[in-house]
Design a protein around this ligand. Structure first.
Ligand code: NAD
Ligand code: WQD
Length: 354
């Protein structure tokens, strides 16, 4: 069978760029489709530096159906990995309409363009956030879903939309991947997470404390019912996470219909444990202060990854130390992230009918 290209929406972003590297390394042809709203074209240049292969790139929006149809028309694409979306939980409570429009309307437009182009395989970036406050830890996929923020609800609603589509039209296949907490960077030190402004998430914030960009880390609460009072999360190396997408694409070749999988390690770490693990990578103790709880945080989100292990033949293999060392390698080599490099795409890569 001749393998066709994979369209990767959001492929210039953090998880998308690492997945594109794994796809190119596996010999897949990749078409990146990203509006660069939260990323830089420099990430695409670095993908080429790491892999020696240039992915096809379009600067375009998933809300732009005409642009999507044009790209599907130009390339022989048989599947889509859909990362494109807005992802800041706090921001989603301030501008919910922007989140619902971009993440839900954007996905519906993408699915319509796929249908019209006869492309019916999709891997979707869902999130552990769909579990709300889960009754059982580790969390199986059968756990009740109850997202607590507009962002989380965009993920949950899109899951429902894709599931309904697969129920109605049996020639669709979908992998809904519920990521736990992605961490780390590419081991080359050339590519990693590139947050704009003040990072919302623990590990990028800690990395900026380590390079002196931030004075100290605020630990949000130490009175949770956990072993040291701080929240527990399942931190998964972004390279392991990227590989999970290749396993999911392979699964879709079996025509499974709509399937959902947790992508996590099955091991939870507290905030204090993460600080100490990162201290070890950096070689000194990083300053932190205990402050009040952050609204919306739940005590423990740890995956039960058994289903993905069994049905995808995928397992997280890299350790927490690997994640911390790679993050430090990236951050210390690139203290300003990708800032200062030309961020915009070449003119010929831009398609815009909006
Ligand atoms: P990211 O912001 O680095 O990447 C998302 C990419 O999508 C960006 O490059 C952005 O420019 C692009 N994008 C956004 N809206 C677009 C649009 N309308 N059209 C075209 N491109 C658009 O985020 P990430 O951390 O790589 O996350 C990727 C996906 O995984 C997101 O859907 C996110 O919600 C989901 N996810 C992330 C995490 C996490 O902690 N990072 C956890 C669970 C799920
Ligand atoms: C981890 C822990 C914080 C920052 C979020 C989204 C989730 C998913 C992954 C997209 C928590 C604590 C954090 C800080 C801290 N994203 N913390 N000080 O909240 O588990 O998950 O990202 O889908 O949907 O909600 O990740 O990295 O923000 O926090 O103490 O400055 O670190 O309280 O316990 P979270 P996080």
């Amino acid at each position: 069978m001749v393998q066709k290209a994979v369209l990767v929406t959001g492929g210039a972003g953090y998880i998308g760029s690492h997945t594109v590297i794994e796809l190119l390394n596996a010999g897949r042809e990749v078409v990146i489709y990203d509006n660069l709203d939260n990323s830089s074209y420099e990430a695409v240049r670095r993908i080429e530096k790491i892999t020696g292969k240039a992915p096809i790139f379009y600067k375009a929006d998933i809300l732009d159906k005409k642009a999507l149809l044009e790209v599907f028309g130009r390339h022989a694409i048989d599947s889509v990995i859909h990362f494109a979306g807005l992802k800041a939980v706090g921001e989603s409570t301030q501008i919910p309409l922007d989140y619902y429009y971009n993440n839900i309307t954007g996905t519906i437009i993408l699915l319509q363009a796929m249908k019209e182009s006869n492309v019916k395989n999709i891997v979707f970036s869902s999130s552990a956030t769909v579990y709300g406050e889960p009754p059982v830890i580790p969390i199986p996929e059968t756990s009740p879903t109850d997202a607590k923020s507009p962002y989380g609800r965009t993920k949950l609603f899109v899951e429902h939309i894709i599931r309904d589509l697969c129920t109605a039209e049996k020639d669709w296949n979908a992998g809904l991947l519920r990521y736990f907490n992605p961490a780390g960077a590419h081991p080359s030190g050339i590519l990693g997470e590139n947050p704009t402004g003040i990072p919302n998430n623990l590990m990028p914030f800690l990395a900026q404390v380590a390079v002196g960009k931030r004075e100290f880390l605020s630990v949000f609460g130490d009175d949770y019912p956990t072993r040291d009072g701080t929240c527990i999360r399942d931190y998964i190396h972004v390279v392991d996470l990227a590989k999970g997408h290749l396993a999911a694409l392979k699964k879709l070749e079996e025509n499974p219909g709509c399937v959902e999988y947790n992508l996590g390690t099955g091991v939870g770490s507290t905030v204090l444990e993460m600080i100490h693990a990162f201290d070890k990578a950096v070689g000194r103790e990083l300053p932190y202060k205990i402050v009040a709880r952050r609204a919306g945080d739940v005590p423990n989100l740890t995956a039960d990854p058994t289903l993905a292990n069994k049905e995808l033949g995928w397992k997280a293999e890299l350790s927490l130390d690997d994640a911390c060392n790679s993050l430090w390698n990236w951050q210390s080599n690139n203290p300003q992230g990708l800032e200062g490099f030309p961020a915009d795409a070449p003119k010929e890569a831009v398609i815009n009918y909006l």
